[in-house]
Design a protein around this ligand. Structure first.
Ligand code: B12
Length: 179
């Protein structure tokens, strides 16, 4: 396959992300129990699906137990928590401690992002606290999307022991057809 042709079709998305052709991940996107905002979740789902991943979007105001249960049943490769109402620092600490208390989720990649407090990140303090509590990544607001995409693109797929076929990129059909 002519990979240059795929790159050539990438103007339909934004800047190409290294590793975007990696195997698909199963990803849970969720908010926290206090947060009723939903467009942030829709946005993240679209970003991840555009990268070719499979997303289960749990929606807004999700109880901690529902997040844990979803990880038990779905066995995701990644959990993405999004919250913008300003309580994310507190809700996030509670959720990650609950998840990390379960031995089976000790190494599960879990990230959080959005507007994590009401003071614009508190000079990095909120992120440092959330990382120390067990988050693998903390992404503050809209500016962190590129960094987030790179983080996701670098994640390994659990249980992948054989070779894989590159996935078709969303919208890359024309470029590939002409290859
Ligand atoms: C629409 C809206 C609402 C609607 C939500 C409807 C719905 N179905 O979603 C309603 C009216 C319900 C609402 C309620 C409240 N809201 Co409101 N809301 C907004 C508003 C105007 C737009 C949010 C939105 O949809 N943005 C579009 C999405 C796509 O963008 P986003 O949410 O900003 O997410 C982006 C980034 O943050 C980032 N991101 C988000 N999550 C993640 C995760 C990762 C991993 C990464 C990498 C990036 C990332 O990527 C997204 C795209 O760039 C914002 C103000 C604003 N202009 O942003 C306030 C805002 C979020 N709300 C706010 C507040 C305070 C509230 C209330 C507490 C108000 C109240 N006193 O009742 C309640 C909270 C209710 C609750 N229980 O959560 C504040 C939060 C303040 C803060 N964090 O410092 C904001 C910022 C308004 C403000 N300037 O004060 N709100």
């Amino acid at each position: 396959m002519n990979l240059d042709a795929i790159d050539g079709g990438a103007e339909l998305a934004d800047a190409p992300v290294p590793g975007v052709l990696a195997p698909a991940l199963d990803i849970v996107v969720t908010s926290v129990s206090s947060d009723s905002h939903t467009w942030n979740l829709v946005y993240l789902q679209l970003v991840l699906e555009e990268m070719g991943h499979r997303v289960t979007n749990l929606g807004a105001c999700v109880p901690d137990e529902t997040i844990v249960e979803s990880c038990r049943t779905g066995r995701p490769d990644l959990v993405v928590i999004s919250t913008v109402n300003g309580h994310g620092r507190h809700d996030g600490l509670r959720v990650i401690r609950t998840l990390r208390d379960c031995p089976e989720f000790a190494a599960l990649p879990v990230v959080i992002g959005g507007k994590l407090d009401t003071v614009g990140g508190a000079g990095g303090q909120s992120a440092a606290e959330l990382r120390a509590a067990g988050f693998d990544g903390v992404f503050q607001d809209a500016g962190a999307i590129t960094e987030f995409r790179s983080f996701v693109a670098a994640l390994p797929v659990a249980g992948l022991t054989t070779g894989w076929e590159p996935r078709a990129l969303v919208g890359a059909g024309e470029a590939m057809a002409g290859a």
